[in-house]
Design a protein around this ligand. Structure first.
Ligand code: SAM
Length: 335
């Protein structure tokens, strides 16, 4: 029973936040001034259990989801995450089971994640330069630790690996070519992400965004690149390849070239709220539905209602008016 929303978009991808906690304090995502010791993260008992996540995922799969991504917060901080992966890997019709991580714990965890049935990983890395990277993650974590995690993931077979780099003007735009050079020919695909106005705590300004077309021009001048056709509807990154055949890069243009028309993603927060847009101000509490004893049929009815009523197209309507909205933080609803 595949469903479509009010704009004719099916639901294909489910992003599952397994924790709102993180061991980094990236200044553009979880700035220390807000996410400090006194910050009230979701309590353990408030988190969806693995069984509850499994039920919600199965319902979304019945409605058309084929791709699952575990995220957060930092998903590798969730105790027993391998157990959840093993459970999700058993669900028929799931074609892609993946996870986004900052890579800090990947060196240690990659073999167990692969053994549990994870297909691949996306690793975030914002610079090859320790000074720049540490200033961005704000916990003094060095580049080599992430590179070790990427190497461990590749050895464990969690490939092809994608590398996410959020580009912020005047902060790490000087690292774009270094990053491209490092991963060119490695078999890993780097994706340059326009800095987005997610949540309300990162002090986002349009002037901080480096438009993807500038990044593309820079890469073309240095290495020579050409566009690649998207491989499926709803692919978020625009794909480009090096003309010399040494691999691909992607750009994610949420700010300058919105792709709401093709957005097939739903997001499940760590405490069970479903959001139908990364820039949402509210969602639907499925934990309450589950804990009230709902049957699978009742759960399906709620999930179906969430999707068929969906009308979000935030990035296409972004303006000075939307800037003041009280949007949910990305670390909470799942990046
Ligand atoms: N902790 C994991 C990680 O670091 O990859 C997963 C969660 S994180 C919120 C997911 C992705 O969102 C990361 O690649 C991160 O860089 C990106 N991100 C966070 N805030 C962003 C923003 N304001 N604009 C663009 N991307 C952002």
């Amino acid at each position: 029973m595949s469903v479509s929303d009010t704009l004719g978009r099916p639901v294909r991808d489910l992003r599952i936040s397994v924790t709102d906690r993180c061991n980094f304090r990236c200044t553009y995502c979880m700035p220390k001034e807000i996410f400090h010791h006194g910050y009230e993260f979701v309590e353990r008992g408030e988190l969806l259990s693995f069984e509850e996540i499994d039920r919600v995922v199965r319902s979304f799969v019945r409605h058309g989801v084929r791709k699952l991504r575990l995220t957060g917060g930092e998903p590798l901080l969730r105790k027993g995450i391998e157990g959840l992966i093993a459970q999700l890997a058993l669900i028929p019709d799931v074609e892609d089971l993946t996870l986004t991580t900052n890579g800090a714990l990947l060196d240690r965890k990659a073999p167990d994640l692969a053994a549990a049935g994870l297909h691949r990983v996306t690793v975030s890395l914002d610079s090859m330069d320790d000074t720049v990277f540490m200033a961005m993650n704000d916990v003094d974590f060095g580049v080599q630790g992430v590179l070790d995690g990427i190497a461990a993931a590749a050895t464990a077979g969690l490939a092809p690996i994608k590398i996410n780099m959020v580009v912020k003007r005047g902060v790490n735009d000087g690292s774009i070519l270094d990053m491209a050079r490092h991963f060119k020919g490695s078999g890993h695909t780097i994706r340059f992400i326009e800095y987005m106005d997610v949540g309300t705590t990162n002090g986002w300004r349009l002037d901080d965004v480096v438009p993807a077309r500038d990044i593309i021009e820079m890469l073309d001048r240095e290495f020579g690149i050409e566009p690649v056709d998207p491989s499926y509807r709803g692919e978020v990154a625009q794909r480009w390849r090096y003309r010399d055949g040494t691999g691909e890069v992607g750009v994610i243009t949420s700010v300058t070239q919105p792709f709401c028309g093709d957005c097939t993603r739903a997001r499940l927060s760590a405490e069970g709220v479903v959001y139908t847009c990364l820039f949402a101000t509210s969602g639907t509490d499925l934990r309450a539905v589950l804990r009230a004893g709902a049957s699978d049929e009742m759960l399906d009815e709620v999930v179906s209602g969430i999707w068929t009523n969906r009308a979000d197209r935030y990035s296409e309507t972004r303006s000075s008016q939307t800037a003041g909205l009280h949007k949910v933080e990305m670390s909470y609803l799942g990046g």
